[in-house]
Structure formats: structure tokens, C-alpha cells
Design a protein around this ligand. Sequence first.
Ligand code: ZN
Length: 251
Amino acid sequence: MTKFISFLFHKLTEDEPSKVIEVSKSLFGRCLYSIKKASIPVMCLADLVKLSYTNSYKRAISITFDDGWDSDYKIAFPVLKEYGFKATFFITTDWINKKGYVQEKWLKEMSQSGMEIGSHTLSHRYLTRLSEDKVYKEFYDSRCKLEDILGKEVTAVSIPGGEYNGKIIKLAYKAGYKIIATSKPGINLAGSTLVNRIPIHSRTSLTDLKKIISFSPFFIFQLKSFYLARALIKKTFGIDDYLTLRNWIIK
Ligand SMILES: [Zn+2]
């Protein structure tokens, strides 16, 4: 059975990153080079979920982007095309055409050249804070908006801030999604529809990336442990305090 890991990027920069969510274009390029060198197939999530249990791939990699920054089109898209890799871009639909974010025509072009476009909800509000009706609207309306733009079915969604619970997952399926991407690190099995992803940020080194590409069980276990520790802090202190604490630490 194919095992796959999914990278989670946010914003790419031409220069050195100045914010935690940023990754330099050069590190991104080296990441793709290392994947190519390891001869691991890169697939978008829609293709991975369709893989049969008896396919011949032992391992695969998915590359995803959250939020819908303009670097999706300006930086990531050309580099991905150079390597012939298909990635998944999760777009916050209220931000489309705004300064610093993707434009409608770019999304069409990316989709037409084989990139997968998914939803990152309407407004990027943390879903655990909203009523069920509002969560459903965030999922459903953003899917319709993307389908109108692209003229094709949108089947994947990623959860803003990685904040979810069982109820939110159910509402995502109800709103028509087949794949739900989280920010929880881990290795996935092809066919799984709740996808763990490994967040890559300004502090991720090339050595870390190579460990992820080699599916290092120890390194991925470490990432999972950090994630669980952070989740515990969030639960204990509340998300606002957690964000203040995080901003203070990474300042
Ligand atoms: Zn986000």
C-alpha cells in the first residue's frame, strides 16, 4: 500500500524569509530537487485519494499551499512546472484578487495546467469558534465560488489554522468535499481522505526537508510530538493566549 507525506507551505519569498510562514524560493527549489533525486512520485491529493490499494508505488509525496498568497502563482507555479510536479493550492476565496493574493485568472491558468485547486474556506476564520451554520457556509460557499471560477469540481479543503474537531470534519464532508487536509504531521496511506500534512516554515532547514523526504520515522515522530505538545498548550491556555505566546516566542 502506498504511503505518502504531504508538505504544507504557505508563502514563498524571493528573499530571506522575515515571517514564520515564509519559505525562501531557493529552499523550495532545493526541496523539489531533493524529491526528484529521490525518484519519489509527486501527486496532487485528488490523484492520491484515487490510487488503488494495489498500485505499484511504495511512496509518494504531495505538495500543498495554504491561504492563496500571490507567491503561489508568481514563485511556486513556475518552479513546479520546471520539475513537472503537480501541487494542491488551497485558496481562501474572500481574498482572491486582493493585493498580495492570487487572482482569478491565475487560478484558471494553474488549474488548466494540471494543478489542483482546493478551498481554504471563505474567510479563514477559525472554524471551532463558529456556529455549525457558519462553518457549513464557509465550506459550501467557498467550494461553489471556486467551481464557478474553474469550471470544474473542487473536492479538497484545508482547515484554517488546523483548528478542527469531529463536527467540523462531518460538515466538510456534508458540504461536498472528499479530501480534508489538516496541519497535523504524519504519514498517510493512499486512499485516506483525512490527510496529515507537515508544515514547512522559515526555520525549516534543508536537512529537515531531506529527513521528511526520506520518510524518517524518528523525525516525523518528533514533529508529531511537537504538534501534540502545542495542541495541549492551546487547550490549556486557549487559542488567543497560545497565539500571543507563539508570536512572543518567534518574534
Ligand atoms: Zn491558512
